[in-house]
Ligand binder design. Sequence first.
Ligand SMILES: Nc1ncnc2c1ncn2[C@@H]1O[C@H](COP(=O)(O)OP(=O)(O)OP(=O)(O)O)[C@@H](O)[C@H]1O
Length: 578
Amino acid sequence: MIRKIYRLWPQRGLLLRIWSLTAALAVLQGLLLGLLVPILRALLRPEPDFAAATPWLVAGAVGLVLHQVLFVLSTPVEFGAGTKLAAQLRHHLMRQVTTLPLGWFTTERKAEFARTVTSVVGTLAPLTVLVGGPAITGVVLPLTVTAVTFAVDWRLALVLLGTLPLAVLALRRSRRIVAEVSVDMEVAGNEVAGRTIEFGQAQPVLRAAGHGSTGGARMRAALDDHCGRSLRALDRMLFPDLSYSGIVMAGYVLVLVLALQFLFTGTLSAPDTVALLVLVVRFLESLGGMIDHASGIGAMDYLADRVEEVRHVPALPRAARPVRRVDRADIEFSDVTFRYERGRPALSGVSFRCRPGTTTALVGPSGSGKTTVIRLIARFFDVDSGSVRVGGVDVRDLDHDVLLGEIAIVFQDVYLFDTTIEENLRVARPDATDADLAAAARAARLDEVLDRLPDGWRTRVGEGGHQLSGGERQRVSIARAFLKRARVVLVDEAASALDPENESAVNDAIAALAEDPERTVIVIAHRPTTLTSADQVIALDAGRVVETGTPAELRDTGGTFARIYHQYENARSWRISS
Ligand SMILES: Nc1ncnc2c1ncn2[C@@H]1O[C@H](COP(=O)(O)OP(=O)(O)OP(=O)(O)O)[C@@H](O)[C@H]1O
């Protein structure tokens, strides 16, 4: 356990200092107790021999001072150590996720990662100090006492030594059960949290149905389940707790009986018996105290596994000698096949080429693989076979930062940081001048939005950008692409209807992006205007390219493109007439 936690931490200096001070204090305590043997031997006789006891008493006094000094030294090291350790691990995890494939960041994993960085690390770090320390004492002190006992009476030392593995086995069992129970309780806790949110949101419905104060059945079921699981958890932990205490107690009784028997048979002197009984009490006390920390140790085990899960996600493989320059921004798929973790291949044998200065429209029914094409260009994932090339270089051989520096992605659900519009644009190029910002805003038709907002560039957009409409957020995103001077722009056009002003602004902005002869634009197209203005259309179906050509060539073929084009046209005329 201690080794597992130790390996988990990126910087081990602080942990090492805390734990070595704790271990040193435990060894010193055991040795100080051991001094009782020569002291009692010298003093507990018909004629006490103070001269013989004096060096041991002096050694004891020096040992006590040393103990106090170590204790004073360890206090400031431990003070705030939990917070420092949490910060170290959090920084490490944050660095680690920047190396992961972007495809790893699904909604569930993002939530899980947020929980790991906040609550899991926040609980684990203080536990390593509050529980890790006593756990080390609980092992080191009994071992030191056993070693001292060996020097006095090997028979009793063997009994102590025999108690240790039995106690460790019982403790392990208890720890395993705590870990299992923790998972169970977390599932029940998440269910209660989910039902509580639902309960809050469903208040109008519940009240309309006359259940406002009594609550919904699902909420009650979740609470009952949580209560039931808690009681079962307590039941499950009771037996291992009792068996551990039983083993420790049996060890104590056995040593007591044997010590008295050795005393009365004359094989153990009275002073040694007294000293050994004191040692044994301390041995059992610190060993017995471990059960109080069993749940803490079990929790540490479980939390450490959760952190390990994130730490062991394989990073994107990096080329040994990555290419750091791309001359042209053309994109080429050669016989690409790709499958997500589960399911059938999302793309099979896909080949196409997009030249700089052109716009390519990707079309196809839902699930045909359009988004996957975009993800593979930005190397969210690596292909299973074939290759994706940007500027003639396989994206796996390109330096990842260079690749991402060339690409701008305009998602449907653009995420904006909870700060000003200006800061949100500067993410694309932190050293941009005001003139650069203004030019990018003009090209993306964001300037019209800024003119309307009372605080202009300094308008805060709210969490995720919710203070702006979908079309306005897309304009911010397109402005970022201009500012970044990205030579590859990948756009996922909003599938849902934008208001006419936003729609025409976003259309114009995408068209303006395509005017740069060095830029390659690929759009997942959902609007007839985008489809007709594209230089090339690639129609996908079930992960395969089924048509490639210009819009004019494909419009009257009766194929996938023609069908989708007419559907979009019909939807648009329906919207206009309704
Ligand atoms: N993260 C994922 N994990 C597993 N399967 C996925 C994932 N993303 C997409 N898929 C599957 O891959 C296939 C292609 O999906 P993709 O999102 O590329 O299609 P699409 O044409 O963009 O669809 P839509 O128009 O609905 O967005 C689908 O069968 C989809 O279910």
